[in-house]
Design a protein around this ligand. Structure first.
Ligand code: HAX
Length: 441
């Protein structure tokens, strides 16, 4: 077995024993109560999942294995001459639970390079789609075409022992993470660069090589990719992409099938597609106002118009967070360092001043502050990637690190198939009248 796999197995065995003891002693302990409104309103605030890789605090934001984003940007190994973390290091941290050394990160990079071959039928499958197909659809189709390579599926069909599930999921996850940048870059070059594809550079790190295959060789783009791939990787277990991957994986669908399902959720505008929606919304504002530097007064008018036409302000609000997203702040710092005078980036900062009080004044929004998607597109435009319909694919490549690390944990800990109970409104009405019981009461 490989070094990382051995370390993962040792950690998983240890935690497995701890969980067994914990459940033996405390399995009956009540962890909260569920209100009727919660089952109608997106299960908000309901604790119902275990996800080891990261934890979200409503006030402080995300922590990956206990480390905040500023701490990760400081502590994780960097590329030579770079100042942003290598996402391979975050993947190691999520998988193993400990900060990696430089050597550990180099090892992950080498493993991913070794496993990155994408068979030709995947490219042919993508080519069968009309060029106008949304990049996220092409991405999901590409991942589905890659499913032919699943070790888990093959071994399951041969009668794999359930004790070995974790290992096949681990191998599939590593392979998939290694292959995704090639598939994603292929889609970008196909759709926007006349199909002029760029071969991988085996000497580069995972995100640096992705930037290279996309066709961006300058250091700022590579640094942005490293930061982008790090901060978008995970947001605990309940968000749509993580939860879907986990849910589908719980039926023992292999990592390719599970990840593709999660990506279909990421492609929704209230989740990952919000990053394209933000830039689209700002471009439309610029076009309508006929300026690339709208004033705060103009932005205010435009925001109010967006709200009165029954649309959301993209990039604002969050189901769990109640403060400015630290992923927004990290990107703001990147903008201040690399492109302080960029007009679009400055517009994003002006929007940040204008939007929260307006949303707050509506009286119904629980979090008026910006999320990760409010900023990411402006930085991408700033470094030369203007094709905003592609942005959610970048998010998806990064999200693979978190959801697949979690999937390895799910199988290593032997988590059960997920199957919560649902009710009908008719049953709820009868229950309220005392005529029926709700199961589990
Ligand atoms: N603009 C306008 N209205 C908003 C809003 C926004 N940005 N955010 C929330 N609201 C509205 C909701 O639509 C809801 O209205 P109704 O009661 O009329 O249905 C009300 O405020 C209460 O919503 P909430 O409880 O504060 O928010 P939710 O937990 O239901 O939803 C969302 C969280 C992120 C989906 C929501 O804030 C939203 O739609 N934001 C804009 C889209 C966006 O930026 N999504 C990305 C989120 C982060 C992420 O997953 N990234 O991938």
């Amino acid at each position: 077995m490989g070094v990382i796999k051995d370390r993962f197995k040792a950690k998983a065995d240890q935690l497995g024993v701890e969980i067994k003891d914990l459940l033996k002693e405390h399995g009956n302990k009540v962890i909260g109560e569920v209100q009727l409104s919660q089952i109608y309103q997106g299960m908000r605030g309901m604790t119902g999942l275990v996800s080891e890789t990261s934890l979200l605090d409503a006030q402080e934001g995300i922590r990956f294995r206990g480390y905040s984003i500023p701490e990760l940007r400081e502590k994780l190994p960097k590329a030579p001459g770079g100042s942003e973390p290598l996402p391979e290091g975050l993947f190691y941290l999520m998988l193993i639970g400990e900060l990696p050394t430089e050597e550990d990160v180099q090892h992950v990079t080498a493993v991913l390079q070794r496993r990155s071959h994408v068979p030709n039928h995947v490219f042919h499958t993508i080519e069968a789609l009309p060029l106008s197909t949304h990049p996220m659809t092409q991405f999901v189709v590409g991942v589905m075409a890659l499913q032919t390579e699943s070790q888990f599926s093959k071994k399951y069909a041969q009668g794999m022992n359930k004790k070995d599930y974790w290992e096949a999921v681990f191998d599939d996850s590593m392979d998939l993470i290694a292959r995704l940048p090639r598939v994603a870059a292929y889609i970008y070059r196909r759709k926007y660069k006349f199909g002029e594809h760029i071969q991988p550079n085996g000497l580069l790190d995972w995100a640096g090589n992705f930037a290279h295959m996309l066709g961006f060789e300058d250091d700022t783009f590579k640094e942005l990719m490293r930061m982008y791939m790090t901060i978008h990787a995970d947001h605990e277990g309940g968000n749509v992409s993580a939860h879907t991957t986990h849910l589908v994986g719980s039926a023992l669908a292999d990592p390719y099938l599970s990840f593709a399902a999660g990506m279909n959720g990421l492609a929704g505008p209230l989740h990952g597609l919000a990053n394209q929606e933000v830039v689209k919304w700002i471009f439309e504002m610029q076009a309508e106002l006929n300026t690339d530097s709208p004033s705060k007064e103009q932005i205010e008018e435009y925001v109010k118009k967006t709200l009165t036409s029954g649309k959301v302000v993209p990039g604002y609000g969050h189901a769990v967070l109640r403060k400015t997203d630290p992923r927004f702040t990290a990107q703001m710092e990147f903008g201040k360092k690399h492109m302080p005078d960029d007009k679009l980036v400055n517009t994003v900062w002006n929007i940040y001043e204008v939007v929260p009080p307006i949303l707050q004044s509506l009286g119904k929004i629980k979090n008026p502050w910006p999320n990760v998607d409010a900023h990411s597109g402006s930085l991408l435009v700033g470094v030369g990637m203007k094709e905003y319909e592609y942005y959610t694919v970048l998010f998806g490549v990064s999200r693979a690190l978190g959801v697949l690390a979690s999937l390895c944990w799910d199988r290593a800990l032997g988590f059960a198939i997920e199957r919560p109970k649902s009710v009908t409104t008719d049953l709820v009405k009868k229950w309220l009248k005392g005529e029926e019981q709700i199961w589990g009461e």
